[in-house]
Design a protein around this ligand. Structure first.
Ligand code: GAR
Length: 209
């Protein structure tokens, strides 16, 4: 059994999708802990209600990013994770933290990387006149929103879309994409070579919603 730790900052709908699919599909894995930098995150309450261990490490209580990262790492490592899953975790993590979890740290980003790293991805995609948008699951490297891409979901940008309608369309696909990618990880079905991720069982790494 592999141990999954999930980091969240807010609502936690991707976390919920992973917890539910892990149980429903009988993955060789268990979500052993959920941690947040926001003590009031609804995601923490949801996880606790499911009997999952939770921890809050409030970034506001630390003098530096390094001190926050070190405490977060201490808390996570008490759970001895095989994989750490960032699911709407809205703090930038330093290079030392990222290197500690290298090869077992996943993130979901709401754009078709390498386009639109950073914030406000859907608004920027609409403003750029994109006809396709989506989300990417990637291994985390020290450079923000970079790192080998595990899988992507693509959706159309429709005439009249605004940030809310587009983000809802993408989020629906995120809930398919992220559990699929985490399942591949815990099933040892991912290989990374020269920055390119291959799904060893030949499952498609692109979802079109
Ligand atoms: C998701 O859309 C995720 O892709 C995004 O935050 C949302 C979290 O929703 N992540 C980022 O923007 C990371 N930079 P959730 O809390 O309901 O899963």
């Amino acid at each position: 059994m592999k141990s999954i730790v999930i980091l969240v900052s807010g609502r936690g709908s991707n976390m919920q999708a992973i917890v539910e699919r892990c149980a429903a599909e009988g993955w060789p894995a268990k979500v052993v802990g959920v941690a947040s930098n926001q003590p009031g995150a609804p995601a923490l309450a949801w996880a606790a209600g499911r009997g999952i261990a939770t921890a809050a490490v409030d970034h506001k209580g630390f003098v530096s990013r390094e001190a926050f990262d070190a405490e977060l790492r201490r808390v996570i490592d008490l759970w001895q994770p095989d994989v750490v899953v960032l699911a709407g975790f809205m703090r930038i993590l330093g290079a030392a933290f990222v290197r500690h979890y290298e090869g077992r740290l996943l993130n979901i980003h709401p754009s078709l990387l390498p386009a639109f790293t950073g914030l406000h991805t859907h608004r920027r995609a609409i403003e750029a006149g994109c006809k396709v948008a989506g989300a990417s699951v990637h291994f985390v490297t020290p450079e923000l929103d970079h790192g080998p891409i595990v899988a992507q979901a693509a959706v159309p940008v429709l005439p009249g879309d605004d940030e809310a309608s587009l983000s809802a369309r993408v989020l629906e696909q995120e809930h398919r994409l992220y559990p699929m990618a985490v399942r591949w990880f815990v099933q040892d079905q991912l290989k990374v070579a020269d920055g390119v991720v291959t799904q060893l069982a030949g499952e498609p790494q692109l979802i079109c919603g």
